[in-house]
Each structure stands twice: as C-alpha cells, then as structure tokens.
Design a protein around this ligand. Structure first.
Ligand code: ZN
Length: 112
C-alpha cells in the first residue's frame, strides 16, 4: 500500500475487471453491473437495514445517512475502528460522530 488518498472522484474503470464503466450507477459503485461484488453482500444488507431504521428515526432520507456506494465500501473494507471508518470515502467527521458507533456495532455483528 502506498497510502495514496482516494478522493470522491467517480471511477471510470471497474475495480474488479478493469473494464470501462458505462452507466452512472456503475461509475458510482466503481464496478460493472455484472461483475461479482467484492464486498460481503450479507453485511451490506445488514448495513442497509440499519440505515433505513436510522433514517426513519432521524426523519431523513436514507441517502442522507450514507449512500449505497459508501455502505458498499464499508462492507468491503470492514473498518475495525473509528479511525479506519473515517478513511472510507463518504464518511466525514460529522457522520462518524453521528453514526460511527452504530456502523461499528453492525460490523461487529451486534443487534442494533
Ligand atoms: Zn467489471
């Protein structure tokens, strides 16, 4: 690892097969629609469930909590603590303060 910082720039090439990405949704997730996911899909689903519950509690749309792309990155990288979570694209210090404990609890397999 070279420690290069990744920005929120949208990907042009699939991170699985390296092929060019055509649609906006493919660019958002950085992967072709038909390439297999490199993240844990069961974990991603648990994160989505947590997000809908949390968004309902806070009376905000789900994407305000986290976007699908951010949840996929979390499911892929499985950050172990707040410092690692903060490295995920889409997670800033205010989101970390609001949602960090919940996300880490979901990652740890706890019931929220
Ligand atoms: Zn691909």
């Amino acid at each position: 690892m070279t420690g290069t910082t990744s920005r929120n720039r949208k990907a042009r090439h699939c991170r699985e097969c390296g092929g060019a990405l055509a649609s906006p949704s493919e660019k958002k997730i950085g992967r072709c629609a038909d390439c297999p996911a490199s993240y844990d899909e069961a974990l991603f689903e648990r994160l989505r469930e947590w997000r809908s519950a949390r968004a309902a509690d806070d009376s905000v749309p789900a994407f305000v909590v986290f976007t699908d792309a951010t949840l996929q990155l979390i499911a892929e990288h499985r950050p172990a603590d707040e410092r690692e979570l903060l490295r995920i694209s889409g997670v800033g210090s205010s989101k970390l303060a609001k949602y960090g404990d919940d996300v880490l609890a979901v990652l740890a397999g706890k019931e929220i």
